[in-house]
Design a protein around this ligand. Structure first.
Ligand SMILES: *[C@@H]1O[C@H](CO)[C@@H](O)[C@H](O)[C@H]1NC(C)=O
Ligand SMILES: [Ca+2]
Length: 226
């Protein structure tokens, strides 16, 4: 009996979740906690270039993480946060912080943010609501590699943990995609305008493999009536 239980637990751990099509839906993070998050799963082990795009809606007036990817080498291997004090979007890539100032955005409405990085040039760029930032150097010469843990709603200070309630995300998030290359400005424009674009080949909102921990809800994305 005990052996059977162990066997079942091992089977459950080994079986990947069935990816879900979240088109027209959003994750709602309804309260400030240091636990609630969504863990996204990708089988990719190595990334020499990255684009992450997502939409968010919040009324937070403090620092918060929008996307947190850690590896066993770097807790901020690809992390995007909003620094409210300095009004900056700050990608952290391979633990190197890049600051993009003058990026203030209105609270209580949807925004899109796309972040690109390429390990050969080391250049990163942020597109907030389709507006490109300066292209800045962050880190070059090595790929993001080794068992990534990708989390929405919390910021990882260690591989898979070290959450801080004061960096948690409260609000809604949708259309999360990740690619293993730098999207062209035209592809980014298509994403921003919600036209047909090539879905992420690392994370795809239309076939998302994820696990919800604590209070995060999947809801219909509210849009205005026509
Ligand atoms: C979070 O911020 C509040 C208000 O600034 C502070 O009182 C509290 O100690 C902080 N909590 C942690 C875990 O840092
Ligand atoms: Ca932190």
């Amino acid at each position: 009996m005990k052996m059977l239980l162990v066997f079942l637990l091992v089977m459950m751990a080994a079986c990947p979740a069935i990816p879900q099509d979240l088109s027209g839906k959003m994750f709602t993070f309804p309260q400030q906690t240091n636990t609630a998050h969504v863990k996204l799963t990708s089988s990719r082990q190595s990334l020499g270039a990255v684009t992450v795009c997502l939409r968010f809606f919040t009324d937070l007036r403090r620092e918060h993480a929008l996307f947190s990817l850690s590896t066993s080498s770097f807790s901020n291997d690809f992390m995007i946060q909003w620094d409210d004090k300095n009004k900056e979007i700050e990608p952290h890539i391979r633990d190197q912080k890049v600051e993009y100032g003058g990026q203030d955005f209105k609270l209580n409405m949807w925004h899109s943010v796309c972040t690109t990085w390429d390990s050969s040039s080391g250049l990163a760029q942020v597109w907030l609501d389709g507006q490109p930032s300066v292209r800045k150097y962050s880190s070059s010469g090595s790929s993001i590699s080794g068992s990534p843990i990708i989390i929405l709603g919390q910021e990882q200070d260690s591989h898979g943990g070290g959450f801080d309630i004061n960096q948690s995300f409260v609000g809604m998030m949708s259309d999360v995609h990740m690619w293993d290359y730098v999207l062209s400005s035209c592809e980014i424009q298509k994403y921003v305008d919600e036209l047909n674009f090539t879905p992420g080949n690392v994370l795809n909102w239309k076939a998302l493999d994820f696990q919800i921990v604590d209070r995060v809800l999947i809801e219909e994305k509210q849009s205005s009536c026509h």
